[in-house]
Design a binder for this molecule. Structure first.
Ligand code: DOR
Ligand code: ZN
Length: 425
């Protein structure tokens, strides 16, 4: 029996090196990796000489806004945008409407996403004051702790959760509420220039320290979107997980002048020195993510603009260009955008190109030059902070679950193909 595909002469990016081999794909899985004369017969053979093959990216931090905020995005448009960007698995955050803080709301969101998603996904469960029993019932990819939203736990809630849960991932948004409130008294929240004076590096660094002082038991902390090199170092030294997001690696306060409230994000963009420091600290980083947080242009232009920017579709493109610029290697992308999240969250069939794993693959033509344009992107929000960026290296095609899902910019699949992934930790 012939297998579904053989991809010949691949340059396969793994965290520990690049392997030159062919890949046989069958029934959604990678069946064999070997030299081309050892390949089985295939329904379709594609010669990929010169092309890089990356594992499908796992974006461990997206906001697909479903349910309740679907004017900004929904699971169909968010996952479509992800797929075009070579992201084949996402972990979705709980700050939807309603907040994903009960089993009922968790199950509802899961059902909606199963119906609509183009790609595989898993969901965070939101920590709230008084929902510890609900938290105990769930087996989510992780629990998300916001410290400063009304009705949501502070450090004491984190402590209480850590003492009643075991072997879980606690994803934290580390910005100290007291420091931010004190800064707010001195600055107007509405002024785009004030944003960074309220959400300061100090607010992040102090919050990181306070969180690391809490007894975690067997639970592990996953620090979302760290924006300063000092915080990365502190968390790494404490043996917990560090996430960096694309906005803090590719933008700094210097971009805020031109982008205005479109650059408003939490944690805020930091200095150019911090940005360059984050690039230097990549070896201490566990995962890269996008924090895809779409808001409408009309909201961003309003007098109370929300924080956040889209990015799931520009994630790999910006990093592929960065390889061509010499800022990181293909092996770093394989680790930071796939294998890292797979190991931390227990996505055991994903994140690495090996026999038996899900055939989620991104084929990259590293020589193609192109320009990022909103008109070509698929998010509902209709903008990108990276409009007009000229990039070298382009995604040629994407395999999802063993099927060719995107071929040279053409969509070959349908919504509803994505599965809910149960973490195996
Ligand atoms: O900038 C942000 N936007 N930071 C967050 O923590 C939330 C996110 C959102 O949901 O829009
Ligand atoms: Zn977020």
């Amino acid at each position: 029996m012939a297998v579904d595909f053989v991809l010949e002469n691949c340059k396969i990016a793994k965290p520990n090196g690049i392997i030159e081999a062919s890949i046989a794909i069958n029934n959604g899985r990678i069946q064999k990796i070997a030299l081309s004369d050892a390949m089985p017969k295939a329904e379709k053979t594609i010669n990929l000489s010169e092309k890089i093959v990356l594992p499908g990216a796992i974006d461990p931090h997206v906001h697909f806004r479903e349910p309740g905020l679907t004017e900004k995005e929904d699971f169909e448009t968010g996952s479509l945008s992800a797929l075009f960007g070579g992201v084949t698995t996402v972990l979705d955050m709980p700050n939807t409407k309603p907040f994903t803080g009960s089993m009922q709301d968790f199950e509802n969101k899961k059902a909606l996403a199963e119906e609509k998603s183009y790609i595989d996904f898993s969901l965070y469960f939101g920590a709230m004051d008084g929902n510890i029993w609900e938290m105990k019932k769930a087996n989510p990819i992780g629990y998300k702790f916001y410290l400063d939203h009304p009705n949501i736990v502070g450090y004491s809630g984190l402590k209480a959760a850590a003492s009643s849960l075991e072997n879980k991932i606690f994803a934290v948004h580390a910005e100290d509420p007291d420091i931010m409130h004190a800064n707010l008294k001195k600055n107007s929240a509405a002024d785009p220039k004030s944003h960074g004076k309220i959400r300061t590096a100090e607010a992040e660094n102090e919050s990181v320290k306070a969180i690391l002082n809490i007894e975690m038991g067997s639970n592990k902390l996953y620090f979302c979107h760290l924006s300063t090199p000092s915080a990365v170092k502190t968390v790494h030294e404490a043996g917990h997980f560090t996430e960096l997001i694309i906005p803090h690696l590719f933008l700094s306060r210097e971009n805020s002048a031109e982008l205005g409230n479109f650059a408003r994000i939490n944690p805020s963009l930091k200095t150019e020195e911090d940005r360059l420091g984050l690039w230097k600290s990549l070896s201490l980083v566990s995962t890269l993510a996008t924090d895809h947080a779409p808001h409408l242009i009309s909201e961003k232009e309003s007098t109370s603009p929300p924080s956040g920017m889209p990015g799931v579709e520009t994630f790999l493109p910006l990093l592929i260009d960065s390889v061509n610029k010499g800022l990181l290697d293909w092996t770093d992308i394989a680790r930071l955008c796939s294998a890292g999240a797979s190991n931390i969250f227990g996505l055991v069939n994903k994140g690495i190109i090996e026999e038996g794993k899900d055939a989620d693959l991104v084929i990259v033509d590293r020589k193609k030059s192109w320009e990022l344009k909103t008109s070509k992107l698929h998010s509902k929000c209709g903008w990108t902070p990276f409009e007009g960026r000229k990039l070298n290296g382009k995604i040629d095609s994407v395999f999802f679950g063993g099927k060719l899902a995107i071929d040279k910019g053409k969509l070959l699949t349908k919504p509803g193909q994505g599965k809910y992934i149960v973490p195996e930790r």
